[in-house]
Design a binder for this molecule. Structure first.
Ligand code: EPU
Length: 337
């Protein structure tokens, strides 16, 4: 176990913000995390569970303990005719897990290629892209109960998954340290190609449809739209796509026929936050050192030495102008601290 005091988290958040935490604890062992839970009084509001740091915006130093689990390993733990159950450590880089699954011919996460972050954060955020989300594949979650200092296994149903949402962000916030995730993947599967430009991208590459070619197509699409965190620090989509009553979405579409609308359940519809932000004039704009990406308006970027407050100020200005123009209130997908 590594323990640091007054530790700079710059290398541990993809916005590359300079901020410090009181303690930083890194461990690659479930045993050690259990010991940590039983030997220290870790109050829920003084803990921050960190994965790849791709969904945090730090606006000030964190006066508490950051727990950074780095448990590795990917292994098949069970299989039948149709499925395999694959256990991956919380510290495995998400895209390494996707690459492993594709290499082994297992279906279910290929559209989720190149999403930043660690496996342990996948059920928390219910990460998603191109018509797939973590919830489709998560079977169960293994964790350390911090207050009870014991191991628990939580079923997918326990996780109460929603759009970029789970119980780990609400009632169970800071209650568990996720140590590994068991995914149920399919040995034979159907491809989901209808979302976004995956089909067009596959056509461009010669039309072959396989796990490998879908993964490559998704990677090409993401690289063409989303900035590389190494070159331009960012946290992916900054806002969630807003869900509004279907009636409201239809009224808006009458005014702006080219507005993307994704009907959900006959009563509500998802709008594209990136489109709204672009229409409000923000694409490519900069405020101080904080900016709006010029190829995807849903992504806010650190153009150099932005502070968390600068990025928050930009986000607030965007929220205000989208609200003034469309009467829609954007909510951040990123956790602001
Ligand atoms: N659009 C614009 N202007 C923009 C950005 C988007 O007009 O600047 C339009 C696009 O043309 C498209 C629609 O908005 O018609 C949706 O855009 P896109 O398909 O790029 O996806 P998104 O809704 O912006 C969501 C996820 C992404 C995920 C993509 C692909 C959320 C908040 N974001 O973005 O997730 O990769 O779909 O499935 O749900 C992330 O969470 O960090 C992330 C990148």
């Amino acid at each position: 176990m590594r323990i640091e005091e007054n530790f700079n988290l710059r290398a541990y958040n993809t916005f590359a913000l300079d901020c410090r935490c009181r303690y930083f604890i890194e461990s690659d062992s479930e045993e050690e995390l259990l010991e940590l839970a039983s030997s220290y009084d870790l109050e829920p509001d003084k803990i921050l569970l960190l994965g790849g740091g791709s969904n945090f915006l730090f606006t000030e130093d964190f006066d508490g303990t950051v727990i950074y689990p780095t448990i590795g390993g990917i292994a098949v733990v069970r299989e039948d005719e149709e499925s395999v159950w694959v256990k991956a450590g919380a510290g495995v880089v998400w895209d390494d897990f996707v690459a492993w699954s594709v290499e082994h011919g297992f279906f279910g996460v290929e559209n989720l290629s190149l999403i930043p972050g660690h496996v342990g954060a996948a059920p928390v955020q219910n990460l998603g892209a191109y018509g797939m989300e973590a919830a489709d594949a998560v079977y169960e979650v293994e964790a350390v109960d911090i207050q009870g200092a014991c191991r628990v296994t939580l079923s997918a149903a326990d996780c109460c998954f929603g759009y970029r949402d789970s119980i780990f962000k609400h009632q169970w916030k800071n209650k568990y340290i996720i140590t590994s995730v068991v995914f149920r993947l399919k040995k034979r599967g159907e491809f989901r190609l209808d979302y976004g430009s995956i089909r067009a991208e596959l056509e461009k590459a010669g039309g072959d449809v396989s796990l490998q070619s879908v993964r490559k197509a998704v990677i090409r699409i993401r690289r063409s739209k989303l900035p590389d965190v190494e070159e331009m620090p960012n946290a992916g989509s900054f806002f969630k796509n807003p869900v509004v009553p279907l009636r409201v979405a239809e009224e808006m579409k009458r005014e702006a026929p080219d507005m993307p609308v994704y009907p959900l359940d006959g009563e509500s519809a998802k709008l594209a936050a990136g489109w709204l932000i672009e229409q409000a004039g923000w694409k490519g704009k900069t405020l101080g050192q904080a900016g709006v990406h010029d190829r995807q308006a849903l992504v806010l970027v650190n153009r150099g030495n932005a502070t968390g407050l600068e990025i928050t100020r930009l986000a607030n200005e965007i929220k205000k102008s989208v609200f003034m123009r469309y009467n829609v209130w954007l909510e951040p997908e990123v956790n602001i601290l």
